[in-house]
Ligand binder design. Structure first.
Ligand code: CTP
Length: 441
């Protein structure tokens, strides 16, 4: 294992040696568990580390956070803690534990247990390995369920026959790993999975847990293949009986995939872009607005995600027709697309392949939307405008004029802003509600 770990990035090696130090100081044996040993053996880079400790997990995490001078989030109820290290590295610390499922598809009752019990409570053999970080066993791979062998032969295998009954979300996890690594689900596991699906176990899971698993699937490299596998093996009636993706949906997924790759490659400067939203909107596209809303409500998406998913549905034919029109002015393209989210825009570009239409969208994303005016809010303040929603209105109008070639440099922008302010002042005499222009100058 040491040779595998030596190939890891420097930040990870540093982190692991700090874990070893804390383990030595506190005399609490510590192990790397879960997805990290799996991905290490597969040679996949993984920035999420799970540590399990024989002893007090939270106490261990506190000492480690102090040593690393990092932020610590405690989850007292679960006896776990998370260390946030920079923007990509995350480390979860837990106490070795065992789980008991009081009823099928319920959350487990957790109590502390041995390392063997901690490994046995896990979903698949490939996720039930541990790397010892301390004591005589330092760097040894603990692999009681032949996970390494299953990794080598590309198999997803449960540890015991009630695994899917205990936690039916493992059906989705199994399909996700299968598709991600191009593995097969081992014969007996596949029988158990089909049995669990046939008994309707997924219908008993809380919709929010289903949502989290679906989103993880849609965040994988090939969401289309993920959904197709899920549909083939489990259907989607546990989300809604209305959800029956067919050739059209998978065709749209393909187009979304191309447009998402285009966007990420050509315009990596845009942050805060969530492609899974576009795939989810594509999945809901054959449904009526009411049916889509019902699914979104049931799954309990955040207001922002719900707004974006539904936003993808309100793209009207008028907007599409305008964007396909020859000779449409940049300013018009800007004002049509500016109110949409990035996800809505990329969804739109996936729906129609008309070349002029796609060029207008790429011009918006690549040029118009990145154009910066020479004037700022400070200039507007100096001109007597009070900060508020009116700011954006004025600046957008100047920007639109500039896109149409009507305001070239700073002087012209200032002159135009002045003109717009005067117009708004006149109107605000007649009570223009969101325009606050100071008159005391
Ligand atoms: N686990 C489980 N059953 C679940 C969820 C998680 O047994 N329903 C266990 C697995 O051992 C898993 C570990 O908890 O490896 C960590 O879970 P998570 O971080 O969700 O998954 P990873 O295996 O790290 O997968 P990914 O690479 O997608 O993050």
């Amino acid at each position: 294992m040491k040779t595998y770990l030596e190939k890891s990035p420097r930040e990870i090696k540093r982190l692991i040696s700090s874990v070893k130090e804390v383990s030595r100081e506190t005399k609490m044996p510590a192990y790397l568990v879960g997805g990290f040993p799996r991905d290490l053996i597969l040679g996949v880079r993984d920035w999420d580390l799970d540590i399990t400790v024989e002893g007090d997990g939270i106490g261990f995490a506190e000492k480690l956070a102090k040593k690393l001078d990092s932020r610590l989030v405690r989850h007292e109820r679960f006896g776990t803690a998370t260390l946030i290290l920079g923007d990509r590295l995350k480390l979860d610390v837990a106490t070795t534990r065992k789980e008991r499922y009081p009823a099928c598809a319920c959350l487990p009752l957790v109590s502390s247990g041995s390392l063997a019990e901690d490994l046995f409570r896990r979903d698949f053999t490939i996720n039930a390995m541990a790397i010892a970080l301390s004591g005589k066993k330092g760097w040894e791979l603990i692999d009681k369920y032949r996970g390494k062998e299953d990794l080598a032969s590309g198999k997803i295998r449960v540890l015991h026959r009630s695994s899917f009954k205990d936690d039916p979300t493992r059906i989705l996890r199994g399909i996700r790993f299968m598709q991600r690594y191009n593995f097969k689900i081992e014969k007996e596991t596949l029988d158990l999975l089909k049995e669990a699906v046939a008994s309707g176990l997924l219908h008993r899971v809380h919709p929010h847990r289903i949502r989290d698993e679906l989103v993880l699937m849609l965040k994988e490299k090939d969401p289309s293949a993920q959904v197709k596998r899920l549909h083939d093996l489990a259907g989607l009636s546990f989300v809604s009986s209305k959800l029956k993706p067919g050739r059209q949906t998978f065709g749209l997924f393909k187009s979304v995939n191309k447009q998402v790759s285009w966007f990420m490659e050509k315009l990596p400067c845009y942050g805060d872009f969530e492609p899974w939203i576009i795939y989810f909107a594509a999945l809901l596209r054959p449904l009526s607005r009411e049916e889509a809303k019902e699914i979104i409500r049931k799954l309990g998406f955040t207001a922002t995600a719900a707004k974006k998913i539904l936003g993808c549905r309100r793209i009207g034919s008028k907007l599409v027709k305008s964007l396909k029109r020859r000779g449409i002015k940049p300013a018009r393209v800007f004002s049509l697309l500016k109110p949409l989210s990035l996800e809505e825009i990329i969804f739109l570009r996936s729906l129609w392949s008309d070349s002029l239409f796609r060029r207008n969208i790429s011009d918006f994303l690549g040029v118009y939307n990145r154009l910066r005016l020479s004037i700022t809010g400070d200039d507007l303040c100096r001109m007597g405008v009070m900060p508020g929603p009116g700011f954006r209105k004025i600046l957008n109008r100047v920007l639109v004029a500039r896109l149409d070639g009507k305001a070239g440099g700073r002087r012209q922008e200032l002159a135009l802003a002045g003109k717009i302010i005067r117009q708004l002042q006149q109107r605000s005499g007649a009570r223009c509600p969101d325009m606050s222009v100071s008159r005391q100058r």
